[in-house]
Design a protein around this ligand. Structure first.
Ligand SMILES: C[S@@+](CC[C@H](N)C(=O)[O-])C[C@H]1O[C@@H](n2cnc3c(N)ncnc32)[C@H](O)[C@@H]1O
Length: 230
């Protein structure tokens, strides 16, 4: 078997495992905690910046909050915003809660986003990074987002795009120098979908949620950003 073919099978296998497990297991959470800050911190800081330009108070949930880095950065920039990070992995919730001890407005809960532990129309904003490709029941989760969001509330769901167009690749190479760019490329390959999948399968899936046609997909920094409006 040629190398590129075995690579395709490996990527396919890892993607299928991510959905099968859905929650990141304990060892995965420990490894993720050790590397995520180095590789993704720049992108997540920028996302925190964009989120807090858009909303400064109210209630925000971060779906699949992982080690909590993004939730905490948002919480630091917007102290009047109450943030709940939701994750299906017990270890991730434990790690994130440890990181957030100093921030009263940032809390983490063990829960499945397919059954969000919030009242109808109670949430101002939803954010999620790198979690969507794990979801076993994405339509259910999007409909839960719709249920808990207040009218005019938005959900920004980011996930990897494994084959961004050339102009995006040039920008990314400029931004992530040295060892970071090749690692980021691998992360994007394993965490998300390709450009064609977003424009067919994922678009179709979103049209079957309560958001219907009320969404946009924008490629930004090698991530696909899905903006959903209630
Ligand atoms: C790759 S990590 C991303 C973590 C973090 N958002 C980041 O950007 O670093 C994906 C996270 O989503 C969580 N997750 C997957 N499916 C979930 C679900 N249905 N409900 C809540 N969390 C989920 C996993 O346990 C994992 O911690």
């Amino acid at each position: 078997m040629v190398r590129s073919e075995s690579n395709i099978y490996l990527v396919k296998f890892i993607r299928e495992m991510q959905v099968k497990l859905e929650a990141i297991p304990t060892l995965g959470a420990i490894v993720y905690n050790a590397i995520v800050k180095r590789i993704l911190s720049k992108t997540e800081l920028e996302i925190a910046q964009k989120v807090t330009q858009r909303i400064k108070k109210g209630v925000l949930i971060d779906i699949g909050s992982g080690t909590g880095y993004l939730s905490i950065e948002i919480g630091k920039k917007a102290p009047q915003l109450n943030i709940y990070g939701i994750d299906l992995s017990r270890k991730m919730v434990e790690i994130a809660s440890g990181h957030a001890k100093a921030f009263e407005n940032v809390k983490f809960k063990l829960a499945n986003a397919a059954e969000l532990p919030f009242e109808d129309d109670s949430i101002d904003f939803i954010i999620s990074t790198g979690s969507f490709h794990h979801w076993k029941h994405p339509i259910k989760i999007f409909n839960e987002c719709y249920r808990v969001l207040k009218t005019n509330g938005e959900a920004w769901i980011y996930d990897g795009c494994s084959n961004p167009p050339n102009e995006e690749v040039i920008k990314l190479k400029r931004k992530y120098s040295g060892f970071k760019y090749p690692i980021l490329t691998q992360i994007q390959k394993l965490h998300g979908f390709n450009w064609e999948e977003y424009n067919t399968k994922i678009k179709n899936l979103l049209e079957h949620t309560k958001f219907k046609k009320n969404f946009q997909m924008v490629l930004t920094d090698g991530w696909m950003k899905m903006v959903l409006k209630k």
